[in-house]
Design a protein around this ligand. Structure first.
Ligand SMILES: [Zn+2]
Ligand SMILES: [Zn+2]
Length: 267
């Protein structure tokens, strides 16, 4: 079975004691994974974790949008030249946890979308309780963007349809497997097959069979199994679909320099 985890935070301190063991288990179970940055320092750490099968995504989370500067943009641009950097993110809007002011969140989001367009890289978006503004901002920028991934989708089916209509990929994390997550499963059932993704967002949101544990990339198979059941497909067929979607979403086939990193992970 071919699996990928296009969104995890292995630079998190919860992996400090056994990070290499977690990566080894991930590369046993998965074709590839992407370590995603939240801020400048941990985007740099994500780049340091790159190796065959491990990619990096660099960006500043809406939590840290206050204080986001043009010099941060310059740093991110420089990080994009590092080997294995496949996307900008995570950026976006979080109106649930308003750790940064909304205008600052919108400004940092728009600036990072412009950087993704400039670098011709996909962009990974965090959207929590901000569907209206996220859709409006994306509608303005979608034409210039190579690929847009709505990570850890948490909105309803109507929003999922609207993001998919804009051409976004819609990525589900372990919370789609929780028994009470009925609206989320409705959303996962309406996304067009070619726009559907699964991720872990490790160390957060471990899926139902391992719920409450620290999540790790190898756990993505539980989310793939739940999506297969939800959409009436075999697990193997769903895994193959999601793996193909993930490669397309992150343009891995387009870029000769990324292919060796994927192929290197295969036994
Ligand atoms: Zn996020
Ligand atoms: Zn994340």
């Amino acid at each position: 079975m071919i699996l990928a985890d296009p969104h995890c935070h292995l630079q998190d301190r919860r992996f400090d004691d056994d990070r290499e063991a977690v990566i080894a288990r991930a590369l046993d179970a998965l074709e590839w994974l992407a370590v995603v940055g939240d801020d400048i320092p941990n985007s740099e750490t994500a780049c340091q974790l790159v190796r065959p099968g491990v990619f990096a995504v660099v960006g500043v989370h809406p939590y840290h949008a206050d204080g986001f500067t043009e010099s941060d943009v310059d740093t991110l641009r420089a990080l994009c030249a590092r080997p294995g950097v496949i996307a900008i993110g995570e950026t976006g809007l979080d109106y649930h946890n308003e750790f940064s002011a909304r205008p600052a969140q919108r400004a940092a989001f728009v600036r990072q979308l412009a950087l993704a367009a400039e670098m011709a890289l996909p962009v990974v978006i965090h959207n929590r309780e901000a569907d209206g503004d996220t859709l409006a901002i994306l509608a303005d920028h979608a034409a210039a963007l190579k690929s847009v991934i709505m990570h850890c989708f948490g909105s309803d089916a109507k929003a999922a349809e609207r993001f998919a209509e804009l051409g976004c990929y819609v990525s589900f994390a372990g919370n789609v497997t929780f028994p009470k997550a009925i609206p989320l499963r409705e959303a996962a059932s309406v996304v067009p097959a070619e726009r559907l993704l699964a991720e872990t967002d490790s160390p957060y949101l471990a899926p139902q069979p391992v719920r409450g544990k620290r999540c790790e990339p190898a756990f993505v198979r539980h989310t793939v199994e739940a999506l297969a059941q939800l959409r009436g497909m075999s697990v193997e067929t769903m895994a193959a679909l999601l793996a193909e979607n993930a490669r397309r979403a992150f343009c891995l086939g387009d870029r000769e320099r990324f292919q060796p990193l994927i192929l290197g992970a295969r036994p």
